[in-house]
Design a protein around this ligand. Structure first.
Ligand code: CIR
Length: 267
């Protein structure tokens, strides 16, 4: 069954503790007011794609809580609420779960010792490529497989060992649709035969992580080759700057959870 176009995006503005977020290089300082402004621009861009944006209140105690993607994997009318791999991030998932429930999705909650970050899950139709990473363990991958098969008995989960330097699988690849992915050239991927791969140069690998809806694609600004590849393939693109969130290892998909709400009950 083809993926229904998303109707909603769940987001959360960066916490005032963003400067303590995981993954920053020493000597690099996040400009918090600029991070807030960039996040607001991202939210505007989601609106422009026709999505209803559910803005969760910032979580003051969670430095990484704006990276909501890691807390849930949506598949059809269901969502797997994850147990994030970084202990400091556990708890972020609760308000995301509540928002998904209010939108009418059926929730499954991952249990210890499983851990998984949504940033490791690349869904292409009913095939889930999942990064085996420092954040996502074997029990997390098993839990993802059980969840996916409950929703669609034909769903497949394919684990991928990540290069050690890569935080999440989706740092260097993202799905544009049920049959197309955008990927950095150097990333090896065992894709199903029907999946088309659009390659971008490794120098632009940050831009491989794009937010795609049928209405258009949000893509990291300042990556001209990627913009050309997408345009040549017929995608309408909208460049976005998220430099301050990138300093905390965040890319574009990690700032939202997209879903097609079975019940549009959110205020
Ligand atoms: C972390 O290390 O968890 C955050 N600083 C960045 C998470 C980025 N998430 C994502 O790309 N899905």
């Amino acid at each position: 069954m083809p993926t229904r176009p998303p109707t909603h995006a769940i987001v959360r503005a960066p916490s005032p503790r963003l400067l303590e977020a995981l993954g920053q290089d020493p000597g690099v300082t996040i400009d918090y007011p600029l991070a807030l402004a960039q996040h607001a621009t991202y939210v505007d861009a989601l609106h422009a794609l026709g999505l209803t944006v559910v803005e969760l209140p910032p979580l003051a105690d969670f430095a990484d809580a704006c990276f909501v993607e890691d807390t849930a994997v949506v598949f059809g009318d269901a969502a797997l609420v994850t147990r994030p791999g970084a202990p400091s991030r556990r708890g972020e998932e609760q308000t995301v779960a509540q928002a998904l429930a209010e939108l009418g999705l059926d929730l499954t909650f991952m249990q210890a010792p499983a851990t998984l970050d949504g940033g490791d899950v690349l869904r292409v139709g009913n095939v889930f490529l999942v990064g085996r990473s420092a954040r996502t363990n074997a029990a997390g991958i098993d839990a993802l497989e059980r969840f996916a098969r409950q929703v669609d008995p034909d769903a497949r989960v394919v684990p991928i060992d990540l290069p050690p330097a890569l935080l999440h699988l989706k740092c260097h690849v993202s799905a544009l649709s049920d049959d197309t992915v955008l990927a950095a050239r150097a990333l090896p991927l065992d894709l199903p035969a029907h999946v088309r791969r659009l390659d971008i140069p490794d120098a632009e690998s940050f831009a491989a992580n794009a937010v795609a809806t049928p209405a258009g694609v949000l893509v990291a600004a300042g990556h001209p080759r990627t913009a050309e590849v997408l345009a040549a393939a017929g995608y309408r693109t909208r460049p976005i700057v998220t430099s301050e969130l990138a300093k905390a290892d965040g890319s574009l998909t990690c700032l939202s959870v997209l879903c097609a709400a079975p019940r549009d009950g959110h205020p």
